[in-house]
Design a protein around this ligand. Structure first.
Ligand SMILES: Cc1cc2nc3c(=O)[nH]c(=O)nc-3n(C[C@H](O)[C@H](O)[C@H](O)COP(=O)(O)OP(=O)(O)OC[C@H]3O[C@@H](n4cnc5c(N)ncnc54)[C@H](O)[C@@H]3O)c2cc1C
Length: 347
């Protein structure tokens, strides 16, 4: 079998790159072994405001310009809803925070997003005596539904192999690769944290940032916006809510822990005072780079190998733009921004 590309990994990065290839009529196959699940468990939130300090997320407006139409077109293609617009209500903890909010609202960057008013809390089960700051034009992508649907789509066309990519079977020719019975011009690794097992890119400075989330059922809570305090509360419908997320910089395992559950529940107790039942817990490792920027580019020695990784905490907004950038780099020799180019590291 001859293809233009082999992709390893079908999380958000692999999916966005596969889409970019398909739009450009390139042939490809994907290997996916379910060894990582960051994209499957992600909250899926897109939002251009850093909610701790009310500052802009790096490159967010440009990313959103590409990301929103990208997910809309996938909704059409796969005939399902994945993008759920929903406002975020940031809980204020003091008058000083309210003032900081109004100062930030004056900045042109935020004009389509931050609303210059203090929203009064009217829900007796939510603890927000200083009210909320409302961010609009935000939302969440149901990444699990999207990936499951996309995997089915590729499977149906015989382009997805549900198996581990075995690095030791990869053969490198001058300007192409062979793997089992396949030949490809290029191979793009999109393995998320799984890249630590990749002999060609194992030295990329990835810092594991394990995150855990709970799902609760709280029939009396009745909120139809996302609440952001030290954690977020995200309505899922039918009185279910996702609660998250934790950050653990040392645990490299994928299983949910009692410690994270306790941390989330104690933070939750400070925000809501309503009975609920925990009905689920999930965990994943965010592929986070030391300098908090993605990693894109070709291998320094083997030009037929490339990487698309380092999506960190914001894969939903980043993946579609990065997929375009790496495609332009590989196919049209466009240069990559220095801040995302793998060559910024000496590997
Ligand atoms: C708890 C949590 C909450 C999050 N919330 C948000 C959020 O609200 N908004 C947001 O934008 N981002 C969020 N993120 C971050 C987001 O999930 C990541 O940025 C993104 O999913 C990374 O995508 P990826 O494709 O690079 O990696 P992954 O999702 O890890 O995908 C890599 C894929 O490669 C596969 N793979 C690896 N090695 C191999 C191999 N050898 N052979 C075959 N397949 C292989 C893995 O199985 C996996 O499916 C969250 C993450 C976590 C953990």
């Amino acid at each position: 079998m001859n293809v233009d590309y082999i992709i390893v990994g079908l999380g958000l990065a692999g999916l966005a790159f596969a889409e970019e290839l398909e739009r450009n009529q390139k042939s490809f196959v994907v290997f996916e072994d379910n060894s990582q699940n960051s994209s499957l468990v992600a909250g899926g939130v897109y939002n251009p405001v850093i909610l701790k300090r009310f500052t802009p997320v790096w490159d967010a407006l440009d990313q959103l310009k590409i990301a929103i139409p990208f997910y809309k077109s996938l909704e059409k293609k796969l005939n399902s809803q994945f993008d759920f617009p929903i406002d975020i209500y940031r809980v204020f903890t003091s008058i000083e925070e309210q003032n900081n909010w109004f100062n930030a609202c004056d900045k042109p960057f935020f004009e389509d997003y931050m609303i210059a008013e203090v929203v009064k809390n009217t829900n007796k089960y939510v603890n927000a005596p200083f009210g909320f700051g409302r961010i609009t034009n935000t939302g969440k992508i149901d990444t699990k539904a999207l990936l499951e649907s996309y995997r089915g789509y590729l499977m149906g066309k015989g382009q997805l192999f549900n198996e581990s990519f075995n690095y030791s079977l990869l053969e490198l020719q001058n300007e192409s690769v062979s793997y089992k019975n396949m030949n490809a011009n290029q191979l793009v690794f999109c393995e998320g944290y799984g890249v630590v097992k990749n002999p060609y890119f194992k030295n990329v400075p990835l810092k594991e940032a394990k995150g855990e989330l709970l799902t609760i059922h709280a029939p009396e809570l009745k909120i139809d916006f996302m609440v952001k305090s030290s954690i977020f509360i995200m309505p899922l419908g039918d009185d279910y809510y996702k609660i998250g997320a934790t950050f653990n910089w040392t645990d490299k395992t994928l299983h949910p822990t009692e410690e994270a559950k306790e941390e989330l529940l104690s933070k939750l107790a400070k925000i809501i005072t309503v009975p609920y039942k925990v009905v689920g817990q999930s965990a994943g490792i965010r592929p986070t780079v030391k300098d908090r920027r993605p990693i894109l580019g070709r291998h320094s020695q083997y030009k037929q190998l490339a990487i698309l990784n380092g999506l960190g905490t914001r894969g939903v907004m980043l993946a579609p733009k990065l997929a375009k950038q790496i495609y332009g780099h590989l196919e049209e020799n466009q240069s990559l921004d220095a801040v995302i180019d793998i060559s910024r590291f000496e590997l």
